[in-house]
Design a protein around this ligand. Structure first.
Ligand SMILES: [Zn+2]
Length: 212
């Protein structure tokens, strides 16, 4: 199986597909998780990262790359790179790292979704404290009783950060910042665009086909 760089706007369903890839033996590498793990480990680098985040700063590319390198260097399973690269500079750095580690069997997958569709998904999403999630805009995802969890009977809640304006901003920022990255991989013939509104299983099949 080939490695994958996974790019998708908010609410496109990247989480669901990542879970399926993990079931197939993929190692999931997400920058946010990596930073948190390093802080937890109390290493020198972790302390440095902690200090930056405490001040509300952004961890620079060099540190993120050091962590990615550490992850990739002894990896014997295919990997999913999630949330990275987010800029052209990062894409170039990643190329260098791949060259250094002799990684060339990878594909870039972009889950394509319109703002309108993504908004429906995000704003209609209801979650339960038991972990179940629902969506009032999709028949197959609606709870059987309005506002009540099918599994445990608790009252469902809407995620606080899912308000329309903040979602739109997050979505548009994402598209702007990743456009050059998508173009970069398109030029390299690595980019595969999949319609995120297709059935989840069909998306998985398409991804498998690309990565085999
Ligand atoms: Zn529940």
């Amino acid at each position: 199986m080939k490695n994958v760089i996974f790019i998708a706007p908010p609410a496109a369903g990247k989480g669901t597909q990542s879970i399926k890839l993990k079931e197939m033996g993929y190692i999931h590498i997400a920058t946010g998780d990596m930073l948190r793990e390093e802080v937890k480990s109390q290493s020198e680098l972790g302390k440095e990262i902690d200090a930056i985040m405490q001040k509300g700063g952004l961890v620079n590319d060099e540190i993120v790359f050091e962590l990615i390198k550490k992850k990739l260097i002894n990896l014997h399973s295919p990997f999913i790179l999630d949330g990275f690269p987010r800029s052209l500079k990062q894409a170039n750095l990643l190329d260098e790292l791949f060259k250094e580690l002799e990684i060339n069997n990878y594909e870039v997958i972009y889950l394509d979704i319109t703002l309108e569709e993504a908004l429906k998904r995000a704003l209609g999403r209801l979650t339960c404290s038991c972990g179940a999630s629902y969506n009032i805009y999709f028949k197959e995802l609606m709870p059987k009783v309005d506002g009540i969890c099918d599994k445990c009977g608790n009252v469902l809640v809407q995620r606080k950060d899912d308000n329309e304006n903040s979602f739109k901003i997050r979505f548009e920022n994402f598209l702007d910042s990743t456009l050059p990255v998508r173009e970069y991989y398109q030029h390299k013939n690595k980019l595969h665009v999949i319609d995120a509104t297709l059935d989840t299983n069909i998306i998985t099949d398409k991804i498998k086909e690309i990565l085999k």
